[in-house]
Structures are given as C-alpha cells and as structure tokens.
Design a protein around this ligand. Structure first.
Ligand code: SF4
Ligand code: SF4
Length: 247
C-alpha cells in the first residue's frame, strides 16, 4: 500500500529532457569561451596556471586535457576566458577537442547502417580503467529514475559479450590495460568505444605518468569523446544521443 501511496505523492521524477533542458547550477562550467582580443601583450598567466598544459600558445584550449578547474579564468585579469553554461561538449575526433574561439564541432551521428544497428537498442559495458570514481558516478546516475537512460534504448550490461560497445573512464592504468583489451575483444563486432572524462581522453591530471597512461586512444579506436572532469551527466547523455542521431 505504501508503495502505491509513494508513487502517487512523488509522481513522475524523470526529466523531460531533451524536450526541456534541466536547470543547471550556477557553478556549472560548460564550454569555455575565449576572447583573445582581451589578452595583454605576452601575457601567459592562464598558461602558467593550467595544471595540464591544456592552453596552447595561440590561445586554444584542449578540452581533452581540460579539468574545468576554472584556474585560468581566475588567473586572467582581462576576463579573456570564461566558462559558459553550454553543456554540449562531445565530439567524434580528438582534433575537434582543441577549441579555437567559441565554436566546437559537436559529434556527428553514426552512419546510416550503424544507426540501424544501434539506434533503437544500444547496450554498453562500462569499464573503469583507473578512474577516480567521479566519471563513473556521473555515468551511473544516468540509469536512475531521474535520467532514465533506458527510455532512449540505451542500457548498461554486465557482460561485454552482451554489449554493443564500451564506455571507458579513467586513464587506462598499467594494471587495467590488459583487462580493457580483453573486454574490448569480448564485445562482438561491430562495436563502439566512448571515452568519458579527461583521464580517458588524455590521461587528465595524470598525463604522462608512466603507470597511469594517457587515455584510451593509444589502446583502442575511439568513436566518441566526452570531455570534463567529470563530465556532467547531461554532457554524457548529449554525446550518446548525438552519436545515435537522436538530437
Ligand atoms: S579550466 Fe582547463 S584550461 Fe583552465 S586552468 Fe583548468 S585545466 Fe587548464
Ligand atoms: S576525468 Fe576527473 S573525474 Fe574523471 S576519472 Fe579522471 S580525475 Fe576522476
């Protein structure tokens, strides 16, 4: 009885996304916007403060390395860098993550045959390849009643043999590399690989550490990159839906 009463009082908790965007908190940091015209001559304050060398000499930001830590925005006396509330960050190629100005070439959908195969039902095996549990937690939340990933035909499964692809978090540590390769081999072809978070894309805060690895790229072919540390669940969902041609 209590179950029915709870259901009546709580009503439908699932977000109306993508028809309505959820309200993001003020502190949310999405796509950075760079205005090079504000930069002082020879100023390198943002570059010097960046913990992952994500900012290039031409004022580019490599979103694959960026931790969205906001240090560069705080260091810049001219206000040349600010973080917008735009949650859309997922792309199809590593090169597309190097942001010049304010525009990002967002992920294009899979080809028609792949959409026919995966568009209505996509099963993913999540592999934490040395992540800190931040990306894993924000991926996990997509299966809750609030996000209800299953309504888009996307589900996480326990066995790679039942999966259409891998969603990988973490920098691919030395301890996890073989396990990741074996898990990938167990997924039947054709298969997808989604790299979620700065670690999985570039090594993130562990870049160039000999035991941590520099992400998925040196190990497996990647179909979708979702930057962030960790990416917001909305950013991950946006990327998956773009890949499937559902946005
Ligand atoms: S927000 Fe990104 S680009 Fe800026 S300092 Fe942090 S890691 Fe570097
Ligand atoms: S990208 Fe950030 S949140 Fe994700 S696993 Fe790495 S350190 Fe943790």
């Amino acid at each position: 009885m209590n179950v029915f009463l709870n259901a009546l009082t709580q009503k439908n908790k699932t977000l109306q996304y993508p028809n309505e965007l959820p309200v993001l908190p003020d502190r949310f940091r999405g796509l950075p916007v760079i205005d090079r015209t504000q930069c002082g001559d020879g100023c390198r304050l943002c570059r010097e403060t960046c913990p992952t060398d994500a900012i290039g000499d031409e004022g580019t930001i490599d979103l694959g390395r960026c931790l969205f830590c906001n240090q560069c925005q705080r260091a810049c006396p001219q206000g040349a860098i600010r973080f917008s509330q735009d949650h859309r960050l997922a792309v199809r190629t590593r090169e597309a993550l190097v942001l010049k100005g304010a525009s990002l070439k967002l992920a294009e959908s899979l080809d028609r045959e792949a959409r026919r195969l995966f568009g209505r039902s996509l099963k993913l095996r999540q592999v934490s390849a040395g992540g800190c549990n931040g990306c894993e937690a924000d991926t996990n939340v997509l299966s809750t009643v609030v996000w209800d990933l299953g309504r888009f035909g996307v589900q996480f499964v326990a066995s790679p043999r039942h999966a259409d692809g891998l969603l990988i978090t973490g920098p691919v540590t030395g301890n996890m590399r073989l396990a990741l390769e074996k898990t990938y081999a167990a997924v039947p072809a054709p298969k997808l690989v989604i790299a979620v978070g700065a670690c999985a894309i570039s090594g993130g805060p562990y870049i160039d550490h000999p035991e941590a690895g520099n992400g998925v790229d040196p190990v497996l072919p990647v179909d979708l990159y979702v930057p962030g540390c960790p990416p917001h669940p909305l950013t991950i969902l946006d990327g998956i839906l773009r890949l499937l041609g559902k946005l």
